[in-house]
Design a protein around this ligand. Structure first.
Ligand SMILES: Cc1cc2nc3c(=O)[nH]c(=O)nc-3n(C[C@H](O)[C@H](O)[C@H](O)COP(=O)(O)OP(=O)(O)OC[C@H]3O[C@@H](n4cnc5c(N)ncnc54)[C@H](O)[C@@H]3O)c2cc1C
Length: 424
C-alpha cells in the first residue's frame, strides 16, 4: 500500500474528481480537491438545461450513493433521466457535503501548472527517483493571488468542457475567429431558458455534427415554432458529405432519448425547409464580429464562398484537453486525440474510430492504461479520452476503481463491489 500519509491533489470537482476524492478518503489518504469555480461540477452546471442520456443509476457510484444516503438525502431512482442541473443539485452537491468530502474541497483555486520539485522536464527521464520529491502546483484565485500547493500524488480530473475546438478548416481557428471568440458560443446555449432572448428572432449559424449541435438545432427550431410571429432562423453547417445525414444513428440504440434527438435532427436537416437551412460539405474559412450591429460576417469555403450574415454563431465542434497544466511533466500524449497515450492506444485497439460505435459498449481499459511516464501523475475522467466525446461516467468509476488498485498496491481492491447497488 502506498504511504497513507501521501498527499493526493485532485484537480477539478466535477463528477469524476468528487468520486475519486471519496474513494481516496475512504482508504484514508489525505486529499485536497482543487476547483477553479465557486461550486462543484461547474461544467455540468453550464449545460444544466440538457438532459443526460444515461439514467441516474449509471451516473453515481455505489460509494457515492452510500455517502449521500448516510445523510438521509433522497436520491433519484436508478432509471430517472436527469438534467445536468438536477444531477448537480440532487447528487453531486449532497455528495460534496458528505462527511468524507466536505473538508477536502478548495474552491476558487485554479491550477495553472504542475512541476516536480528539483527536476526539470528534460531531467530524470525514466528515473523513478523523480517520485522522491513532491509535485508543486501553481494555483491562483479569481482575485489574482497565486500560491504553491504540494502533493505526492496528482490526479487531473479537469475535464475538457472549458477548452473548445476551433471551427476553421483542419481544426485551426478560422481567420478572425481568435478575435471574435468571446462572441461565439462554444457550449450548448439554454435556448428555452436563460438564453431565449439572445436567439429569439435572430438568425443563428450552428456549426458541428454531434449530439450537441443536434440539441442546439432542435431547440432553435422549437423556439421558432413557439413564436412564429418573431421569425427565428437557423443555418446548420457541417463537414458531412452531401449524401449523409448529419448525425450517425446507432443501430437499435439502447438509449431512446438519444435516438429520438438524432432522428429529429436528421429529419430537420433532410427537409431543410421553413426556419432551417442545412448546409453539408460546408466549412468556415473566415468570420468577423461587428460590434456596431452585433452580428457576424461569415465566409464559407467552396461554392458558397461569398459572405453570409448571421446574428449569432454557435460552434458545437467539440473539446480538447488543456495539456498546458502538465507541460513540465512526463506525459506521453496520443498524436491524434491529445489524451494520454497508453489509454488512447488501448482504445484504438478495441474500436474503429471511423464508424459510429456506441459509447455504452465501452469498459475501462484497466489499471496499466492509466499509468504515465511521470510517476504518481494520473489523468482521469473525460480528459483521459482527449478529444473523443465517447467518455461515460460509468467508465470513469471503473477508472477510479482500477487506479486505486495501483495506488494502494492491491490488485483485488474494489470498494464498489462491497457497497449495495442502487435499486431501480
Ligand atoms: C452536454 C453533455 C451531456 C453529457 N451527457 C452524459 C451522459 O448522459 N452520460 C454520461 O455518462 N456522460 C455524459 N457526458 C460526458 C461526461 O460524463 C461529462 O462531460 C462529465 O461532466 C465529465 O466529468 P469530469 O469530472 O471528467 O469533467 P467535468 O465535469 O468537466 O469537471 C471538470 C472540473 O474541473 C474544473 N477545472 C477545470 N480546469 C481546472 C483547473 N485548471 N484547475 C482547477 N479546476 C479546474 C472545472 O471547473 C470542473 O468543475 C455529457 C457531456 C456533455 C458535455
Amino acid at each position: 500500500m502506498a504511504d497513507i500519509s501521501a498527499r493526493i491533489a485532485i484537480l477539478g470537482a466535477g463528477p469524476i474528481g468528487l468520486e475519486t476524492a471519496l474513494y481516496a478518503r475512504y482508504l484514508g489518504f489525505q486529499v485536497e480537491v482543487l476547483e477553479l469555480s465557486e461550486s462543484v461540477a461547474a461544467n455540468v452546471v453550464h449545460w444544466g438545461h440538457v438532459q443526460l442520456f444515461t439514467p441516474f443509476g449509471m451516473n453515481a457510484s455505489p460509494l457515492g450513493v452510500a455517502a449521500v444516503r448516510a445523510h438521509d438525502v433522497q436520491l433519484p431512482a436508478a432509471n430517472e433521466l436527469l438534467t445536468g442541473a438536477d444531477y448537480q443539485q440532487r447528487y453531486l452537491q449532497p455528495l460534496a457535503a458528505s462527511d468524507l468530502l466536505v473538508d477536502t474541497l478548495r474552491f476558487d483555486t485554479k491550477v495553472l501548472g504542475i512541476g516536480r520539485r528539483g527536476w526539470l522536464k528534460q531531467e530524470g527521464v525514466g528515473n523513478p527517483r523523480r517520485a522522491d520529491t513532491p509535485f508543486h502546483l501553481l494555483c491562483c484565485n479569481a482575485a489574482g493571488k497565486q500560491w504553491i500547493h504540494e502533493a505526492e500524488i496528482v490526479i487531473d480530473c479537469t475535464g475538457t468542457y472549458g477548452n473548445h475546438n476551433w471551427i476553421g478548416q483542419g481544426g485551426i481557428p478560422a481567420v478572425g475567429e481568435l478575435v471574435a471568440a468571446e462572441h461565439i458560443e462554444y457550449g450548448i446555449p439554454d435556448i428555452q431558458g436563460r438564453d431565449r432572448n439572445k436567439y429569439l428572432g435572430r438568425h443563428t449559424l450552428v456549426v458541428g455534427s454531434g449530439y450537441s449541435a443536434a440539441t442546439t438545432v432542435t431547440q432553435l427550431v422549437r423556439l421558432s415554432d413557439e413564436q412564429p410571429e418573431v421569425p427565428t432562423q437557423v443555418t446548420w453547417a457541417t463537414r458531412r458529405r452531401r449524401d449523409c445525414l448529419p448525425i450517425d444513428r446507432i443501430v437499435d440504440d439502447r438509449l431512446p432519448n438519444r435516438d429520438r434527438l438524432a432522428e429529429e435532427a436528421n429529419c430537420l436537416a433532410a427537409a431543410s425547409s421553413g426556419c432551417l437551412s442545412y448546409l453539408a460539405e460546408t466549412e468556415i474559412v473566415a468570420l468577423v464580429y461587428r460590434e456596431a450591429t452585433d452580428d457576424f460576417e461569415v465566409e464559407f469555403c467552396g461554392p458558397r464562398a461569398v459572405s453570409h450574415m448571421f446574428d449569432r454563431v454557435v460552434a458545437n465542434v467539440g473539446y480538447r484537453p488543456d495539456n498546458r497544466i502538465y507541460a513540465e511533466l512526463h506525459v506521453h500524449e496520443c498524436f491524434a486525440s491529445g489524451g494520454p497515450m497508453k489509454l488512447a492506444a488501448q482504445m484504438l485497439a478495441t474500436r474503429n474510430p471511423d464508424t459510429a460505435t456506441d459509447c455504452l459498449d465501452q469498459q475501462s481499459c484497466g489499471a496499466q492504461s492509466l499509468l504515465n511516464p511521470e510517476p504518481n501523475l494520473y489523468i482521469l475522467g473525460c480528459k483521459s479520452y482527449g478529444r473523443s466525446s465517447q467518455f461515460l461516467l460509468s467508465v470513469g468509476f471503473q477508472q477510479i476503481r482500477d487506479l486505486f488498485t495501483v495506488i494502494a498496491e492491491r490488485d483485488d481492491l474494489d470498494l464498489y463491489a462491497t457497497m449495495p447497488q442502487l435499486a431501480k
